[in-house]
Design a protein around this ligand. Structure first.
Ligand SMILES: O=c1[nH]cnc2c1ncn2[C@H]1C[C@H](O)[C@@H](CO)O1
Ligand SMILES: [Zn+2]
Length: 362
């Protein structure tokens, strides 16, 4: 018998998450406790409940720039070994509790140097936290694997350094590189040397592109930088026209993205909050899914969107009427697009994802 498609069963479904920011996924209570421990006095609210509401409402800004301002408070409490480790451990625990079996979690090491840690030390503490979280999840019967992505901030000038840091840690749990931050005015090609370095090292990267800025950003990310995946990429719809009879025509760039199976790391709730799309009903997720782009479901920032992978999937189910087989397809899309070796991706698909959905599909 097919399992009901509700939050409870969605949590049991094996899920794969490719786009989740470590500094956008803290537990509200942890923000409050770490602030008290490290003497950060600028928090906009005191209790966990008040903070949860504040982050969600402040991020509901309709602009990526205003949305990003909320990160000042989370980054502020992630400056010490204790803070970094705890946030990473809890991230792994929370994702595992939600039924995520594989996640790539990203953060920008250059934003965590205020108490004198080196870039390498910051990464070491975060990786140690992930390993602790994986172990405590395992002790509770939940298997999760976390790969770490290192992000460079696109308005800054440290991308080459962060790319080198990524490659230095490639055998210790860092699986790829990314650029993030305000998109308008900071094209991906500003960081060409970092991407060239990554390609020289046969290393993987994704680029936030096509979120707050349109096709030129996506074109640069692919044609100039050679990105493996697109962070968001929703604006690829600017290159798709839907005729009066519903006939869809893809432009050269949209065709290229689809033909090359370039994965789209779509983040439905986040896109509504930053104003990339007006509401979930108008989100192009379904259009792209029906056109068979390689769509994946992601959280982006669980704290700012007050969300989880299960809730993002439920929102899509309620909006577009998806069934378990659709969710399995999106999950396999994500697993195929991960930055870990092919044989390991295949093992997770065959041994964890397919059997997990088979039980739910009945
Ligand atoms: O959706 C996003 N677009 C661009 N930048 C983002 C997004 N979500 C988080 N960031 C930024 C803020 C964080 O401090 C940084 C590293 O995780 O990445
Ligand atoms: Zn993001």
């Amino acid at each position: 018998m097919t399992a009901p498609l509700d939050l409870d069963y969605l949590r049991r479904a094996p899920k794969v998450l490719l786009h989740d920011h470590l500094d956008g996924g803290l537990r509200p209570g942890t923000v409050a406790e770490l602030a008290a421990e490290c003497g950060y006095t600028e928090l906009p609210a005191e209790t966990a409940d008040e903070l949860a509401t504040w982050f969600r409402e402040a991020a509901d800004s309709g602009s990526l720039e205003l949305y990003l301002e909320t990160f000042a408070h989370t980054v502020a409490v992630m400056q010490t070994p204790v803070g970094l480790r705890r946030v990473a451990r809890e991230c792994a625990e929370d994702l595992a509790a939600d039924g995520v079996v594989y996640a790539e979690v990203r953060f920008a090491p250059e934003q965590h140097l205020e108490s004198g840690l080196s870039l390498d030390e910051v990464v070491e503490h975060v990786l140690a936290g992930f390993r602790e979280g994986e172990e405590s999840a395992r002790a509770q019967g939940r298997e999760i694997r976390i790969g770490c992505l290192l992000t460079a901030m696109r308005h800054a000038a440290r991308s080459r350094e962060i790319a080198e840091l990524t490659v230095r840690f490639r055998d210790r749990g860092v699986v790829g590189f990314d650029i993030a931050g305000a998109e308008a005015g900071y094209p991906p090609s500003r960081h060409l040397d970092a991407f060239e370095y990554m390609r020289t090292c046969n290393a993987h990267f994704t680029i936030h592109a096509g979120e707050a800025f349109g096709l030129p950003s996506i074109h640069e990310a692919i044609a100039f930088c050679g990105t493996d995946r697109l962070g968001h990429g929703v604006r690829i719809t600017d290159d798709i026209t839907v005729g009066p009879d519903g006939e869809m025509t893809l432009g050269l760039l949209a065709n290229y993205v689809r033909d090359k199976r370039i994965p789209l790391e779509l983040c439905p709730s986040s896109n509504v909050q930053t104003g990339a799309v007006a509401n979930l009903e108008e989100h192009p997720f379904d259009l792209l899914a029906r056109l068979r782009f390689r769509v994946t479901v992601n959280t982006d920032n669980r704290l700012m969107s007050d969300t989880t992978m299960s809730r993002e999937m439920l929102a899509l189910v309620n909006t577009f009427g998806y069934g378990w087989s659709d969710l399995e397809r999106f999950t396999i899309n994500a697993m195929k697009s991960a930055f870990i070796p092919f044989d390991q991706r295949l093992a997770l698909i065959d041994e964890v994802i397919k059997p997990g959905y088979a039980v739910l599909i009945g």
